[in-house]
Design a protein around this ligand. Structure first.
Ligand SMILES: Cc1ncc(C[n+]2csc(CCOP(=O)(O)OP(=O)(O)O)c2C)c(N)n1
Ligand SMILES: [Mg+2]
Length: 564
């Protein structure tokens, strides 16, 4: 076929991505990717964000996609370059983030010869993608890239396209660049019969609890109205906590290992639980015999976590719209009031470590998070590392007017916070972006501090320097092991960050925290605040069963004991 445009596949690809709304490509260039890097520079519409590790590139693209709801892109060069993407892509895929990843590879004529840096991307990425193909000829590329983008957007996940070096650099053979994805709102309505069946179950039940996840986070006001009509307590997941705690009088806590017994109890004792938009993965917290109605836009998730009486594949908002006129108002508020009483008790217990902020050399992390909650902007983006910071944010971070929290909710990877903050800062300039990093998590992808500094991104990094893999320390204790290999020997993170161009401070006295945190948040550019926190803080046992099995030893005073 004639190349009417006289351009390479790489140049055509960049044109197609730009026309499809891709704004940034997070990547590290090299070898087979160089043609694409060169084309991006010449084209000028896409910003190449040069990361220090491809795993971080995938986390950053994922954060951009999750914040904007639009397609985001990352890339890795041959072999190790794209192999490094994989952990971030797993996280993106499990977060339903629409991400396109370009895995450039060695030339196709050496495939299968153990060539230098040879990998098979289709095999490599098979378990973390919704679309995963390898281009072999230039003619395929535009339609393949289109299919990849559309799959990422429509299925909600990662698409990987393998692009061999020789394909990238050949002349493009198709001159049609209209292969751009359609952004459709996936709003599936429930049928009348399904709504009638749900209303019938709810109207016959004495008590109903509503368990909501991120799939319903766009319509908190509808959840609120339904919960008020039914006098039903609302229980959330950690992921959807900020969106649902802003204005939800019937909120009684969130579920799971980091959750509160008030929510768990409400679910355990309700006649019927209405599950809206969550793929909450811990069946142990959800009684198997519970009568449940589940509504999820992703039909394949129905019944995955609970034995359903009724499963409906629909958008949560449309479902509530249709259900509201069909359900009778519940006049009895005793069940709701009991749950609200439990939640009020927990909230007052949660204030204890905040009112007792620790001492020099040992700042209580609860106090640190409560302070951050007080000082952070009402519309900030907070990214959270996996570990104890999940515990503190789940208990002390509130929704503000429009705050957003990103974490490795479903994949549970360490080191996600800093690269996600990079993606958030690139995607949402002007919005305050805060990375809540563990000392272990920060060290794991520490090179990304250099990315922040190089692009002068105004990311605010908060390091909880507890000198340990503290979450794992507790995991080992709770399982009856003597914790080992969990201690960390740390540098002064602030001194280190200053050499990179950050405004940075270390705080080891709770009395200094407020002033230091204000200076940190008000800094113009990159800023890091390292807080020397209590290694043994562990008030994550808001769950009675975990409390009972805990062997806290001399850390007992760190546990917040709660009655039932
Ligand atoms: C990539 C990866 N490696 C290991 C783990 C297991 N893990 C979960 S939390 C954690 C400790 C995190 O330590 P740190 O970042 O210092 O946070 P802390 O719990 O101390 O607040 C580890 C090792 C993981 N989740 N992800
Ligand atoms: Mg730590």
């Amino acid at each position: 076929m004639e190349n009417t445009l006289k351009r390479t596949v790489a140049e055509q690809l960049v044109d197609q991505l730009a026309q499809s709304g891709v704004k940034n490509l997070y990547a590290i260039t090299g070898d087979s990717l160089n043609a694409i890097t060169d084309a991006i520079g010449k084209d000028g519409r896409i910003r190449f964000i040069h990361m220090r590790h491809e795993e971080a590139a995938a986390f950053a693209a994922s954060a951009e996609a999750q914040l904007t709801g639009r397609l985001a892109a990352c890339a890795g060069s041959s072999g190790p370059g794209h192999v490094h993407l994989i952990n971030g892509l797993y996280d993106a895929n499990r977060s339903n983030a629409p991400v396109l990843a370009i895995a450039s590879t060695c030339a196709s004529d050496v495939f299968g010869t153990e060539y230098f840096q040879e990998t098979n991307p289709t095999l490599l990425f098979s378990n973390c993608t919704v679309y995963n193909e390898m281009a072999i000829t230039p003619a395929q590329v535009p339609s393949m890239i289109h299919s990849a983008m559309q799959a990422a957007l429509s299925k909600g996940g990662v698409s990987v396209v393998g692009l061999p070096e020789d394909v990238n650099t050949q002349p493009a053979v198709a001159d049609d660049t209209s292969f751009t994805p359609a952004y459709t709102e996936r709003l599936t309505a429930p049928s009348d019969a399904e709504v009638a069946a749900a209303a019938d179950i709810i109207n016959k039940a004495k008590t109903v609890a509503i368990f909501v996840g991120y799939g319903a986070a766009q319509v908190p006001e509808k959840v609120k109205a339904l919960s008020e009509k039914l006098n039903a307590p609302v229980i959330t997941t950690y992921k959807s906590q900020l969106e649902f705690t802003r204005d939800m009088p019937n909120y009684v806590g969130h579920m799971g290992f980091l959750g509160m017994w008030s929510g768990e109890d409400a679910i355990a004792t309700a006649d019927v639980v209405l599950i809206l938009g969550t793929n909450f993965p811990y069946p142990g917290f959800f009684p198997a015999e519970k009568r449940a109605i589940q509504v999820d836009i992703r039909g394949y998730r129905l019944g995955k976590r609970a034995n359903l009486e009724l499963g409906i594949c629909a958008d949560a908002g449309l479902f509530i719209d249709a259900l509201m006129p069909k359900v009778e108002a519940n006049k009895d508020s005793a069940f709701l009031n009991k749950a609200l009483k439990g939640w009020a008790e927990i909230k007052s217990k949660m204030q204890e470590p905040v009112n007792n902020p620790g001492h020099k050399g040992c700042v209580r992390p609860e106090y640190m998070l409560a302070m951050l909650d007080k000082l952070a902007a009402d519309d900030c983006v907070v990214t959270v590392d996996t570990g104890m910071n999940n515990v503190w944010t789940s208990h002390y971070l509130s929704g503000g007017k429009n705050r957003r929290m990103l974490a490795s909710f479903a994949h549970g990877s360490m080191a996600n916070a800093l690269p996600m903050a990079i993606g958030a800062a690139v995607a949402a300039p002007g919005r305050q972006v805060i990375s809540i990093s563990g000392d272990g998590g920060l060290a794991m992808l520490m090179g990304e501090l250099l990315t922040v500094a190089q692009y002068k991104l105004p990311v605010k990094v908060l390091v909880a320097d507890n000198r340990a893999l503290a979450f794992v320390k507790w995991e080992m204790e709770l399982a009856g092991y003597t914790p080992s290999e969990v201690n960390l020997s740390n540098p002064d993170f602030a001194a280190m960050a200053r050499t990179m161009g950050f405004q940075a401070e270390t705080v080891d006295d709770p009395a200094d925290l407020e002033g230091a945190m204000k200076r940190w948040l008000e800094a113009d550019g990159p800023a890091l605040l390292s807080v020397v926190t209590d290694t043994d803080a562990a008030s994550f046992t808001f769950n009675e069963k975990l409390m009972a099995s805990a062997k806290p030893g001399n850390h007992k005073s760190n546990f917040i004991a709660l009655g039932s």
